[in-house]
Structure formats: C-alpha cells, structure tokens
Design a protein around this ligand. Structure first.
Ligand SMILES: Cc1cc2nc3c(=O)[nH]c(=O)nc-3n(C[C@H](O)[C@H](O)[C@H](O)COP(=O)(O)O)c2cc1C
Ligand SMILES: O=C(O)C(=O)c1ccccc1
Length: 387
C-alpha cells in the first residue's frame, strides 16, 4: 500500500486526477463557492437554518472544542476503514444524509448523487422529499447500498405504500425522521417567501404514488396540480405521533429501523424499548429548533444510554475527515454527511459529489493513520482532549 491515501496519490501524481478542477479539497470552502453559483433562494434554502441560526453555529463550535491527540510508532501500514452498520457493509463509516429537493441544486439532483455514491460504495439515504422517485434513484444507483428516509405522513395508507415501494426498490434500512413533522421558523426562506414544494419540487414520491393519486382523484395533471400540492401540505407531517405508533412501523417494515433526530438519552432508551435498531443523533443541521443543544454535545449521553444495545449514528456539523474522527471517538458507529455533498452537487453534479466523498474518505483515513490508528473502532475518548 502506498504511504499516501489513494485519492491523495491520484491528485499529486495525475495533476488533479479525478478531482473536479477548481473544487477545493478543503470542504469547508464549498459553501462560499456554492453561494456564487446558486440562486439566492436555493442557496438560502440549503445553507439556512432555524431562527438566528445559533444551533447551526453551535454544531460547528462543538467540534472545535475537541482536539485529537495523535499517537506515534504504532504500525499503521495496513488500514481498513470499512464497517457494517444496520446490516449494510460500507467502505468507511460515512453515509450520505437524506436531503430533499436536490433538483434545486442541480437538474440531475438525487440521480447524480446516487451515481456518485455508488462509485464510492458509501450508502445514500434517500429522502421521501426527493425530486426524483425512489424507483428512479434506485435504478441510477444500480446495486449500490441504499437506505430510505421516511417522512411519516398523516395518511397511514400512504406511509404503508412508501414502505412497500422502498422495499421493492431495494432500500435495505429505514430511517424515520422525527424532528421535522413541520418546517421550523426559517428566516432565510420566509424573507424570500421560498418553499420549493409549493413550486412542485420535492414531491415526486408523492405524485407518483397510487395511494396519493387516489386521494387527489387520479394521476396528477395540470388540472389537479394545485389540489395535489395542497394535499401534500396537508398530509406531509403528523404532529400527533407518539412512541406507541412505532409498533405500526415495525409491522410494516421488516428490516432495520433507525430514528433520526434523537438528542435526549431518554428518547434513545425509548427507541430501544420500541424495538428500534438504531438512532441518529441529529438536530437536522440546526434547521429545526434554534437554541437547541449542539448535536455533538448530545452524542456522549446517548451513547452512554444505549450504545451497547443499538447502533448510534451521528449528524449535524460534519465538514471534514477530522470531524468524522471526533464523532466516532465520542461513540458514533457512523456519521451522515449532508451540506458538503449538497454543495458538491451544486458545483459539479455527479463529479462534484464524488469529489466531496473521496476527499472526506481520504482525509479520514489520513487522520486515523497519522493519529496512530488503523480502524474506526479503535477511536475512543483516549484519542480526544478538550480544547
Ligand atoms: C437542504 C436540506 C434538505 C434536507 N432534507 C432532509 C430530508 O428530506 N430528510 C431528512 O431527514 N433530513 C433532511 N435534512 C437534514 C440532513 O439529513 C442532516 O440531518 C443535516 O443537514 C445535518 O446537518 P449539516 O448539513 O449541517 O451537517 C436536510 C438538510 C438540508 C441542508
Ligand atoms: O428542509 C429540510 O430540512 C427538510 O428536512 C425537508 C423537509 C421537507 C421536505 C424537504 C426537505
């Protein structure tokens, strides 16, 4: 094995190799570049968070309060980043977080992301609010691993239909997002009166669904499009759900289930009690409750509560390979990367997403090796100190 991570090698030896010319390898720079490329509305939707965006900032600050303590002379010549999470083998403990409405970033949207993910083997978690149908995205990804993220609608028959379609299309695990039964107070979108769904973006899974179509009087055409969008708004989220309702999901989904949006250790314990297989410690990138705890700060207590019983995953604030290492050291089995790949999509389509994933993977591998570690499961609190 070369002493350089493969992607690093490729960049140095072949000029930019497969990297997208002009795209920086410091992924924290992508947001600024995407701002110049996107419309003010699309950029505001993706980059924006809830309220004063204090929690979005806190998510990043929490990473900066932990520092890695590298160890030396440990023979790190053979490295293996692969893990298995919820029955899915992946080359690194990184998944692509569910992001809805991706066609506002690039016309190929989720299709391009599925192709890029397939090229790396990292699983994509497809949003219910995707701009392409789950069947089309599955086809674009070929045999690559894929999970399905459910926005649990009010209409139970529609939920069952989504789950059946996801199973048939080869999505192996279910992610149920609990923190977004309604969109939060998001000033950037409010100030521009911008909601993609009202323009018919991000509703492909609904419009293509037989149960949804029955509810709006048949296939959606120009004649009933407004009614369909109104019906989408009426059925999108269900604020009356409780922990007891998880039985319904267990009955209609026979694969692994992870609950996304857990921040409190008692909620993680309830997830175990309800027979769930995992939780994703996430505050939706600060897009829901402004003033909420930084997701990284919520992680250790959840790991303490349930980490030996179910898989604890993490998202909100991951921007670099070092961030991934810190979340793993605090007990996450894997992380979900979100905005960085959205910006990669905006800047370079499929190649832009591939660039982001390969940079993140290479940086993670180098961070581990240079810290004296060869596998993700060797990371624990010994590797960190408070800044
Ligand atoms: C534009 C955008 C759309 C999103 N759409 C969804 C979605 O459809 N379903 C979901 O569970 N989470 C969604 N999320 C949240 C992400 O999955 C993830 O939790 C969050 O972005 C993590 O924060 P970070 O991007 O700051 O790392 C979305 C996030 C963004 C930025
Ligand atoms: O914008 C979001 O954060 C989000 O999760 C969402 C919700 C509904 C549809 C699309 C995305």
């Amino acid at each position: 094995m070369s002493s350089l991570a493969d992607f690093q090698n490729e960049i140095y030896l072949n000029g930019l190799g497969d990297a997208v010319p002009g795209l920086p390898t410091d992924l924290t720079r992508l947001e600024g570049l995407a701002e110049r490329r996107l419309s003010a509305q699309a950029f505001g939707y993706v980059a924006g968070s809830a309220g004063s965006e204090a929690t979005a900032r806190a998510n990043r600050e929490a990473f900066d309060r932990w520092r890695i303590v590298p160890r030396m002379l440990r023979d790190v010549s053979v490295r293996d980043l692969s893990v298995e999470v919820l029955g899915t083998a992946m080359p690194a403990p990184v998944l692509l977080a569910p992001i809805g409405v991706q066609s506002i970033l690039h016309p190929d949207g989720e299709l391009a992301v599925a192709r890029a993910a397939a090229g790396t083997g990292l699983p994509m978690v497809l949003s219910t609010a995707a701009s392409y149908t789950m069947e089309d995205v599955a086809e674009a990804g070929g045999g690559a691993p894929r999970w399905y993220q459910l926005y649990w609608p009010k209409d139970r028959d529609l939920a069952v239909s989504f789950l059946g379609r996801a199973k048939a299309a080869g999505y192996s695990a279910l992610v149920v997002t609990l923190d977004t039964f309604t969109l939060a107070w998001r000033p950037r979108d409010l100030d521009q009166a911008y909601l993609p769904f009202l323009r018919g973006i991000g509703v492909a899974n609904y419009l293509s669904d037989p149960v949804f179509q029955r509810a709006v009087g048949g296939p959606v055409t120009d004649a009933n499009r407004d009614a369909a969008v109104l019906h989408w708004a009426a059925t999108f989220g269900n604020p009356s759900l409780t922990w007891d309702d998880l039985r319904f999901l267990r009955e209609h989904w026979d694969g692994p289930i992870a609950l996304k949006g857990v921040q409190h250790p008692d909620d993680a314990r309830r997830a175990v009690h309800a027979g769930m297989d995992g939780v994703i410690v996430s505050n939706h990138g600060g897009r829901q409750v402004d003033g909420a705890v930084a997701s990284l700060d919520a992680l250790p207590a959840v790991v303490d509560a349930v980490g030996d019983q179910i898989s604890v995953l993490f998202d909100s604030g991951i921007r670099t390979g070092a961030d991934v290492a810190k979340a793993l050291a605090l007990g996450a089995k894997a992380v979900l990367v979100a905005r960085p790949y959205a910006y990669g999509l905006a800047l370079g389509g499929e190649a832009g997403v591939r660039h982001v994933l390969r940079c993140l993977q290479a940086e993670l591998e180098l961070t581990l090796a240079l810290s004296g570690l060869t596998r993700p499961d060797e990371l624990n609190l010994d590797a960190l100190v408070r800044a």
